[in-house]
Design a binder for this molecule. Structure first.
Ligand code: OFO
Length: 165
């Protein structure tokens, strides 16, 4: 049985995953608007992944006897300076999510809630992948800078990544 404190923390994470999904979906609209179709596809696919992260937590809380509770979700930003700035923000956001997952895992462990600690290991591994993925995209974008042809190619790559997600 989950403790009340753990349920509260897991519910916070449910909301953060919702926010991640909304952030990436909103970012996809900016990309679409600027003609970065590959980036738009990638971010849309990633928004769906974030909903899966949310659902997995929701199911766990529910199955472990807690009450999943959705709270108010802050509106994400919708204006970005350029594609690199947008992806710099995704990378920063993933780092924040990693910190939050680590805090959760720490809380579960110190409270001897080994079931939740075990459940969270999937997220620990996932965050490693997420950071790696967003960092690699950001690196490419920083490399091409404002070069139109370079941006075109990175955008094409992102379209390919979207289908692999
Ligand atoms: Fe992008 O990993 Fe969930 O939030």
């Amino acid at each position: 049985m989950l403790s009340k404190a753990m349920v509260d923390k897991l519910n916070e994470q449910i909301n953060l995953e919702f926010f991640s999904s909304n952030l990436y979906l909103q970012m996809s609209a900016w990309c679409e608007d600027k003609g970065f179709e590959g980036a738009a596809l990638f971010l849309r696919a990633h928004a769906d992944e974030e909903m899966e992260h949310m659902r997995r937590l929701f199911t766990y809380v529910s199955e472990a006897g807690g009450l999943p509770m959705l709270g108010a979700i802050e509106a994400p930003e919708h204006e970005f300076d350029n594609l690199a700035a947008l992806f710099a923000q995704t990378y920063e956001h993933e780092q924040l999510v990693t910190r939050k997952i680590n805090e959760l895992a720490h809380a579960a462990f110190t409270n001897q809630d080994y079931s939740t600690f075990n459940f969270l290991q999937w997220y620990v591994a996932e965050q490693h992948e997420e950071e790696k993925l967003f960092k690699s995209i950001l690196d490419k974008l920083e490399l091409v800078g404002n070069d139109g042809q370079g941006l075109y190619l990175v955008d094409k790559d992102l379209a390919k990544l979207a289908t692999e997600e």
